[in-house]
Design a protein around this ligand. Structure first.
Ligand SMILES: Cc1ncc(COP(=O)(O)O)c(C=O)c1O
Length: 452
């Protein structure tokens, strides 16, 4: 990736196994077998995620027990696929589900597939970095009150915790509020390790490559309690799951979850976190602004206070051989992984100081919070809008029109505009501002429903 790199790239991106350095021993052993010898179909005795017996069922049972769940299903289409199945299990066609504005786009796709109406609740955003913040219990209380005010009551609440940048909420308080309102809770823990179960969540989805050591697409859906029927989950999995789940990815999920809960896995994480803590304090000593978060292995540089857009910082770092995970206008997130690369402590502080010298300046202006109501549903059903005849109009002429497609910089894959939403003047203005902040990621036109 670029002949100008003087040394091997400093890879600070996902998957968290770090180019194989942190893979679970059982998966390493499997991969030493002749290639393809492990690529099995759902043979009797081996089974699959929906089979009641066999190796996969046993591994799912062990994973559930290790993580404190009652049931566990492995998935081979990432957290994306399992979030969709979970959503379809929670909300019958025509129902309304409370979804946070920082939702991953896969949940929107789930709404289309299930004929579910997204009731989108707004979140605070940090003016220094522009990052969405987790909701406070007091805000969720207002959201729940607003949701019970008119329209059919929502079928469920979805939370994202931790966020991509490792920001964490007071989950026990949030889950308790939802349960008191009679709602089951799905927590998107793509970036977490199942801690939401301890907070009382009914369904939890893990992306096992993001905070564990699985291969990409390894994922798990965990369930507890009696608010969501296992039969509804299995039916939704059947609708969405391939009939030939990859044995490699199932093995990767099982091995990563078991390793993560083992003594060796805990020691591995502990070592990585100790290195991350030392690195963090070194960077802070150098006066580099880091976002306070709950995941020591996610290092988030607040680039805006340095006067640098995170996307520009990312390009600059890439040209010098450092690959970050997530560039955003006000921040750059590095994923250190469960066995951070050698030379990290030497190279990253130097690079970040050089970055500050090369591109730094006056802090960027504060980020404007998106002009969104506390709670809003798209005016047109999302699936109808997304499949309607559409036309592209310049953003500055989009006010008053209904969006036919999302605006969704990727990563992080969080939509700034959802199909079916009517774009008001304030939103159109804000989107134009976002376009300047995400250079090359947002087109100067928006797709709107013809005749809207
Ligand atoms: C919050 C969140 N949920 C879900 C996903 C999807 O995970 P996967 O890539 O495993 O499908 C992502 C991916 O970035 C994410 O950030």
């Amino acid at each position: 990736m670029g002949p100008f790199w003087r040394s091997a790239p400093l890879a600070l991106h996902l998957p968290a196994h770090g180019r194989g350095r942190a893979l679970a021993p059982a998966l390493r052993r499997l991969l030493r077998q002749p290639p393809g010898s492990w690529d099995l179909p759902e043979l009797p005795g081996f089974g699959g995620p929906l089979e009641p017996e066999g190796t996969v069922a046993e591994a799912q049972g062990r994973a559930a027990a290790l993580l404190g769940a009652e049931r566990c299903w492995f998935g081979v289409n990432g957290a994306s696929g399992l979030l969709q199945a979970a959503l379809l299990a929670l909300g019958p066609s025509g129902s309304r589900v409370l979804l946070p504005r920082n939702l991953h786009r896969s949940l929107l796709h789930g709404c289309v597939l299930g004929g579910i109406e997204p009731l989108l609740y707004d979140l605070p955003s940090d003016p220094l970095t522009g990052l969405w913040q987790p909701p406070q219990p007091e805000r969720l209380e207002r959201v729940l009150a607003a949701a019970s005010d008119g329209g059919s009551p929502p079928a469920a609440l979805v939370l994202v915790d931790p966020t991509y940048q490792g920001l964490v909420a007071d989950l026990p308080a949030l889950v308790a509020l939802a349960h008191r309102a009679g709602l089951p809770v799905l927590v998107d823990q793509a970036h977490g390790g199942g801690e939401a179960l301890g907070a009382g969540a009914d369904l939890v989805v893990l992306s096992v490559q993001k905070s564990g050591t699985g291969l990409a697409q390894s994922a798990a859906l965990l369930a507890q309690g009696d608010r969501v029927a296992p039969e509804a989950i299995e039916r939704a999995l059947l609708w969405l799951q391939t009939s030939s789940p990859s044995a490699l990815l199932l093995a990767s999920t099982a091995a990563a979850l078991e390793h993560g809960a083992s003594d060796a896995g805990r020691r591995q994480r502990h070592r990585a976190e100790a290195r991350a803590a030392r690195l963090r304090s070194r960077l802070e000593d150098l006066g580099l602004p880091l976002v306070a978060n709950g995941d020591p292995l996610r290092l988030v540089l607040a680039t805006a206070p340095l006067g640098i857009n995170g996307l520009e910082a990312d390009t600059w770092m890439l040209q010098r051989g450092a690959i970050a995970e997530l560039p955003e206008p006000g921040a750059l997130t590095f994923c250190l992984g469960l066995n951070p690369p050698r030379g990290l402590e030497r190279r990253l502080p130097r690079l970040l100081q050089d970055l500050r010298r090369a591109l730094g300046g006056q802090p960027l202006p504060s980020f404007t919070a998106p002009p969104l109501p506390l709670l809003a549903a798209p005016e047109l059903p999302i699936g109808v809008a997304w499949r309607s005849p559409a036309e592209a109009v310049p953003l500055e002429r989009a006010a008053g029109r209904v969006a036919a497609a999302p605006i969704c910089p990727y990563p992080p894959g969080i939509p700034l505009l959802v199909p079916g939403e009517r774009i008001d003047a304030a939103r159109a203005d804000w989107l134009q501002g976002q376009r300047r902040l995400w250079p090359g990621q947002i087109a100067d036109t928006v797709s709107v429903v013809v005749g809207s």
